[in-house]
Ligand binder design. Structure first.
Ligand SMILES: [Zn+2]
Length: 187
């Protein structure tokens, strides 16, 4: 396993790390001497696989009427804070925190929604990849003329029409403003 020595930013390979009484006792080789570090001075680096596996990740399921065939379809998206933490936005909605990173300019141009500081499908590459792994048959990367870029979009389960970013972002803003719950599943 690896750890980072915060004092000099060096990453070292350890044979074993034992945490006891705010200290980390580190052995570099199997029968070697044990070195004591203050726990606060080191950071144990977890393998990448473990990091993504343990990450709590909520997928919200919105029922929306498809603009093309007018039938109800399910839209899958994450909803996370856009303050750099990528934490799930959860019910009861923390509007105060969501307004801290509100897109004020967009809100002034289009006062129909608050433009809360949140990210949904199509906003974060890493989370997009995670959600696409789970719903590969329902979410595909498609080109959007409105946005002038390609990003993952939910497809209508009846007619295959692309459900664009604004449509989803708009709906979530409304539901949060009205303090309505949105069903989800943990993955
Ligand atoms: Zn449709």
């Amino acid at each position: 396993m690896k750890f980072r020595d915060k004092r000099n930013n060096e990453i070292k390979e350890a044979y074993a790390i034992e945490i006891r009484d705010k200290k980390a006792y580190i052995k570099f080789v199997e029968n070697g001497k044990q070195y004591a570090y203050y726990e606060d001075n080191i950071e144990i680096i977890k393998p990448l696989k473990e990091q993504s596996k343990r990450e709590p990740f909520k997928i919200y399921k919105l029922k929306k009427r498809c603009y093309r065939c007018h039938k109800d379809t399910t839209i899958y998206t994450y909803i996370v804070f856009n303050d750099g933490t990528n934490e799930n936005v959860e019910y009861p909605w923390d509007k105060k925190r969501l307004l801290k990173n509100q897109n004020i300019i967009a809100h002034l141009q289009d006062p129909s929604i608050e433009y809360y500081g949140l990210l949904v499908i199509g906003d974060d590459e890493r989370l997009d990849a995670l959600i696409m792994n789970h719903y590969s048959d329902r979410i595909k990367v498609k080109y959007s003329k409105t946005q002038g870029r390609s990003y993952p979009m939910n497809l209508c389960e009846h007619c295959g029409a692309q459900q664009g970013w604004y449509f989803i972002y708009h709906e979530i803003n409304e539901l949060i403003k009205d303090m309505k719950e949105i069903p989800f599943e943990d993955i």
